[in-house]
Design a protein around this ligand. Sequence first.
Ligand code: NAD
Length: 312
Amino acid sequence: MRVLVTGAAGFIGSRLCQRLLDFGIEVHGLDDLSRGSLEKIRMLKNRGMLFHKADIRDGAAVLDVLSDVRPDAVIHLAALISVEESMRLPELYMEVNAEGTKKLVDAANKAGVNRLVHASSAAVYGEPVKLPVAEDHPTRPLSPYGLSKLMSEEYVVSGFMGREKSLIFRIFNVYGPGQRPEYAGVITKFMERLSEGRPPIIFGDGNQTRDFIHVDDVVEAFIRALEIPLERATIVNLGSGRPVKIIELARIMTRLYGMDAEPIHAPPRPGDIRDSYADISLVRKVLGWSPRISLEDGLRKLIKEAGKARDV
Ligand code: NAD
């Protein structure tokens, strides 16, 4: 099997490429290196990945790569991922995440790609009106990032012609090693403070909930998505299905660092949603996948890898 992964230099993409290489799959990575890490690409090339530097907004360049490689499947992770940045640069987010996906879909059709697996986001839902959030929940994104991801889904669902159809993951909050601190979620931000001996900062009362999923569980789902039979373009949530209060997360992490400090509370951030967690019954059914890494185990491992955790 030959797989092309866009966004291969990124947090999820690089971890996924490593795993695909472990399985002896021929892996081609594509990235423009605007945000990803050249170091990760070097490591993956040493392990046998073939790398193609290209911008997904450049349709001709992407078509050249796909026509050359002729992959059986494309996994599309390349995107700009910061909600805050998207508020400042909405056009750029539309260009890369929405139009870039359209160009990739067009090129994949021309190159005869059979399966497309696409990374979308829980940000397409906006403020949940019903919990847990299932795939038929209304989609009312609150940011240009969420809107650009919703549009990217449309291009995949309506545009991709591959015989083996497309699968779209609406991914919740991913954590794990290799996440870039500047765009990282709350877990990496808490780690930054705790590793300096400072208590985490919580915006608001901390009773807001999120759904955290370990990057290795995400990677496992993407790999399964390459092989399952599909009759039509399919959209599934990808999360743990477990709501975790931010205050609870802060306490678990503080304990893992061997500290007993109380978190600091800052005013709530305008526009932050209150509660969000995924209904994962569909992804369980479609992929036969379940999350395997509990938050406590995932955090313990992550913090240990960062060399700071006490044995607790
Ligand atoms: P990341 O920023 O680490 O990786 C994205 C990669 O895309 C980077 O290597 C970057 O250089 C590349 N890229 C950006 N613009 C490009 C362009 N124009 N052409 C080619 N490559 C380009 O992000 P990540 O956390 O690994 O996220 C991967 C995907 O998963 C994204 O589509 C994101 O929207 C989605 N997602 C991530 C999370 C999360 O919690 N990390 C949650 C939901 C959805």
